[in-house]
Unconditional design. Structure first.
Lengths: 205, 447
């Protein structure tokens, strides 16, 4: 048996350096150190918003997503942090309510500007299906040509009026109550349609 | 009977030292079944190592007053009884108390078995076998514990120890020895014991944290985790041929071992994904380091020092108090990091759900389910599958939902991996401090 030698010691140290260096290099080269949760995006940067739903549902989803982005930007938090915060229910601050109101209104403007806001005639049928209106009135409205509907009702105007009518504080206090949410939105939209029509008639007269 | 005495005693030594980390893979089950907190289950490990570390030297001192075979037999019997008590524990407090008694029996058994193995096999072979049994037990403990938990239950870990220990009692009584009355001639070997303590603290990260990451963070079964961490004992066994081939000096061998452990733990802190393959090479480094250091340091701490049992007691104390130091440092760090990881994980999940190609009503239903899972997590990794299972999806949306579930699970894995990173790096730092104790210049003796 030979005695332990310096050559063996140097060799052992060199092998260990190579092994550790090699393993760490391979780990880092393959993304080691960056295997972390997804980072939230800056809500102030415009991002493309899409929806798998059609009609009013799709429009509402896109409107809310852009609105939350705008509100988060105003509040200086991420879209995700604001969504989680709002999802908890309970009493909301004046700042949050105001930011959401601004955000939703800004969302209508952005969608109008980029042409993604559908004309009112595209939404009328679905709205009438869900509305609790007299059957003859529904038939009469359906009989109106699209041009007349679009001339009488501007989608952006109706949406902005509906957003102004909505009691965001009450809606956010109990997001789990879907029936109450639908009822409030429906009432606000119906009122917005009436107000819009009345103002248009007033203008015409 | 004579032939099996030595092996039975060696198995007992391995069993006692395996108990240091044997329950690691069972901790999630214990946590759930005994309704305990993460800190409480950490005490299932801490209590055993603390009591064993504190009792090792006083126990070795008491050996001069008793017949080693009686000493060892009583220790093994207490260890066996306490193991059975652990298996029947109905609460976390009882389990921790039983673990303390198990450690006291273990301390008696370890020092007693050393004397008996030397009496049976001779000084050199007996000490070597005692040291080797300890290394094998330490390295293989988590593997054995994981397999038993998966195949049966966490209680099985303690149940299987009982028959081995019961057989070892007559084996211990069969060895004829006399009390070692050698006066206390040598001071404890400070440097190897200190290195051993620091290295044990570092190895805690590999033996304790890695299995928690695999089971809790990456949602692998205890059996899969056990097979994965078996890389450590296999590499530890492979280290001996490597050392024989290169024949470095003992100091270099230990220094290299410390460096390999540090490198392996740094590698475990930086996996590129949650694929098990990424843990293999870092674990191999840890295993090689373990194999090069623990038995060499134990031998250095005991070499030519009398009385033998007392110096063996110092090595046991250094190792297990080192494990306690490791657990005490790492447990609060990783539990705090795990809590801190909740917000980024929740935000990542929210982002993916918002942007998922699903219908608005499905997203809302999913968000509600996920919200419930996330609020119930209480410091643990949530199970998101329940929220997906409760969805009533159209056929064309199922593929998108399945992909979203995979993405969300990946975010949880990423968050857990990130939460464990600092603890692995602290472990690597402890191994580097151990390396410093090896390479630090020795104080010159004044002639």
């Amino acid at each position: 048996m030979s005695r332990p030698g310096s050559a063996g010691s140097v060799g052992m140290a060199a092998v260990s350096l190579a092994l550790v260096g090699g393993v760490l290099a391979v780990q880092l080269a393959n993304g080691g150190g960056s295997f972390e949760p997804l980072r939230t995006a800056d809500p102030c940067l415009v991002r493309e918003v899409t929806s798998q739903s059609d009609g009013i549902d799709g429009l509402t989803e896109r409107l809310v997503l852009i609105g939350v982005d705008e509100a988060a930007c105003e509040l200086g938090v991420s879209r995700e942090a604001l969504t989680l915060e709002l999802g908890q229910g309970g009493e909301r601050t004046d700042e949050e309510i105001e930011a959401l109101h601004h955000g939703l209104t800004a969302a209508v403007g952005r969608m109008e500007d980029d042409g993604s806001l559908p004309p009112a005639s595209e939404l009328v049928d679905e709205a009438l299906d869900n509305a609790d209106l007299n059957r003859f009135l529904v038939i009469a409205i359906r009989a109106l040509p699209d041009d007349v509907v679009d001339a009488a009702l501007k989608t952006d105007d109706v949406l902005v009026r509906a957003i102004d009518d909505l009691d965001l504080r009450e809606i956010l206090a109990d997001l789990d109550d879907q029936e109450s949410l639908n009822a409030q939105v429906e009432a606000a939209v119906t009122q917005a349609v009436k107000d819009s029509l009345r103002d248009r008639l007033t203008d015409l007269l | 009977m004579r032939r099996v005495v030595g092996p039975l005693l060696a198995v007992t030594v391995a069993l006692v030292l395996a108990d240091s980390a044997v329950v690691t893979l069972a901790l999630p089950d214990i946590l759930q079944q005994l309704d305990a907190s993460v800190t409480q289950v950490a005490w299932v490990l801490i209590s055993f190592n603390l009591v064993l570390g504190l009792f090792a030297v006083p126990t070795a001192m008491g050996l001069v007053r008793a017949q080693p075979r009686v000493f060892a037999a009583v220790g093994i019997a207490v260890f066996a009884g306490a193991s059975a008590w652990c298996a029947g524990a109905g609460s976390i407090d009882v389990l921790i108390a039983a673990r303390c008694v198990q450690a006291i029996g273990g301390a008696l058994a370890l020092v007693g078995c050393l004397e008996l193995m030397v009496a049976d096999w001779g000084e050199r072979r007996g000490v070597t076998a005692w040291v080797a049994a300890g290394v094998v037990g330490t390295a293989a403990g988590p593997v054995a514990g994981g397999l038993l938990t998966e195949a049966f239950s966490w209680e099985a870990i303690f149940v299987v120890q009982v028959p081995f220990a019961v057989l070892a009692v007559p084996a211990a009584l069969a060895v004829r020895t006399v009390p070692d009355l050698t006066p206390d001639r040598h001071r404890p070997a400070l440097r190897p014991n200190l290195t051993l303590a620091l290295l044990s603290a570092a190895l805690t990260a590999a033996l304790f944290l890695l299995v928690l990451l695999l089971v809790e963070g990456w949602s692998r079964s205890p059996a899969t985790a056990a097979l994965t961490v078996s890389v450590v004992p296999v590499a530890a066994l492979a280290s001996r041929p490597v050392a024989r081939l290169l024949r470095p000096s003992p100091e270099v061998e230990v220094a290299v071992g410390c460096f390999l452990v540090a490198g392996g733990l740094a590698g475990l802190a930086l996996p590129p994904s949650a694929h098990l393959a990424w843990t293999v090479a870092p674990q191999a480094l840890v295993g090689l380091g373990l194999g090069l250091t623990v038995d060499r340091l134990t031998a250095q701490a005991m070499e030519l020092r009398l009385p033998r049992a007392r110096h063996a007691g110092w090595t046991i104390g250094a190792r297990h108090l080192g494990v306690v130091v490791g657990l005490v440092i790492l447990t609060p760090v990783f539990t705090a990091d795990l809590r801190d990881a909740e917000v980024p994980a929740q935000e990542a999940i929210t982002a993916l759900v918002i942007d998922a190609p699903l219908k608005a009503e499905d997203k809302i239903a999913l968000a509600k389910g996920l919200g419930e899972e996330l609020t119930q997590q209480e410091g643990q990794i949530p199970d998101l599958h329940r929220a997906f299972a409760a969805l009533d999806l159209d056929a064309e949306d199922r593929a998108a939902a399945a992909e979203l579930e995979r993405d969300l699970d990946s975010q949880l894995e990423r968050a857990a991996t990130r939460a464990f990173r600092d603890s692995f790096l602290i472990g690597a730092g402890l191994a580097l401090v151990a390396l410093l104790t090896v390479v630090a210049p020795r104080r010159r003796r004044v002639p």
